[in-house]
Design a protein around this ligand. Structure first.
Ligand SMILES: Cc1cc2nc3c(=O)[nH]c(=O)nc-3n(C[C@H](O)[C@H](O)[C@H](O)COP(=O)(O)O)c2cc1C
Length: 206
């Protein structure tokens, strides 16, 4: 079993990385492989709503978003980490997730996911809400912890002092590992995936 952890922060070893590393350590301790992938310094443009991904099965801009699709095909779970910028996820990560979920959201169905945020002070729950919406639109079971998944600090050293935040990260990692094992056991026991209805789209235009 493998979980991909995507870090939207431009800081390779900053606060979000410190939080994600704690989640990854708990997953590894429970026998789940992890890959921590830093995308925050990449040049990721926003979605241009061309809808070509419907034909191509991938984005027209062949960058980290299409690489993510390949990585996620081989993963059983996803954790997305973001620093809080003006009470939202940072712009690079938002552009990345818009294009990723628009181009391959269906492929992510039934893979457990969670978001993790880091902030100096405020805007954490709004950012978690924003990130969880990607998962909830794509039939991804959202994994929880003992509190909302946040750490506080303006540097990695400060995050390491946030003992409660680090415990929240460890609990999240253990909960993700447990759910993955349950799903694996379910698959082995022949539990089928839930039925999928043909999708109804109602645009509220009369
Ligand atoms: C452009 C920008 C906007 C920010 N906005 C917020 C904010 O709304 N609330 C907050 O508490 N911290 C804010 N911060 C601070 C970062 O969220 C915080 O330092 C975070 O832990 C950095 O994570 P990183 O080291 O992984 O990049 C902001 C930082 C930047 C650069």
């Amino acid at each position: 079993m493998k979980v991909l952890l995507i870090n939207g922060s431009p800081h390779a070893q900053g606060c979000t990385y410190t939080a994600l590393s704690e989640v990854a350590a708990a997953l590894e301790a429970d026998g789940v492989n992890t890959e921590l992938w830093q995308i925050g310094q990449m040049d990721v443009r926003g979605c241009i709503a061309c809808h070509r991904c419907r034909e191509l099965g991938k984005c027209v801009f062949d960058d980290a978003v299409n690489q993510a699709q390949e990585k996620l095909r081989l993963c059983d779970g996803l954790i997305v980490g973001s620093p809080v910028y003006y009470a939202s996820a940072n712009a690079t990560l938002t552009a990345f997730l818009d294009r990723l979920f628009f181009s391959c959201g269906a492929m992510l169905a039934h893979k457990p996911a969670a978001a993790v945020v880091s902030a100096r002070r405020a805007g954490t729950t709004a950012t978690l809400d924003q990130l969880n919406k990607y998962f909830m639109l794509s039939q991804m079971p959202v994994v929880s912890s003992q509190y909302w998944n946040m750490v506080h600090g303006n540097s990695a050293q400060e995050v390491l002092q946030d003992q409660e935040g680090l415990q929240i990260m460890r609990t999240l990692g253990h909960n993700m590992a447990w759910l993955l094992r349950c799903m694996e056991a379910g698959k082995a026991a022949g539990v089928p995936l839930p039925p999928q209805e043909e999708r109804v789209g109602t645009n509220f235009i009369r």
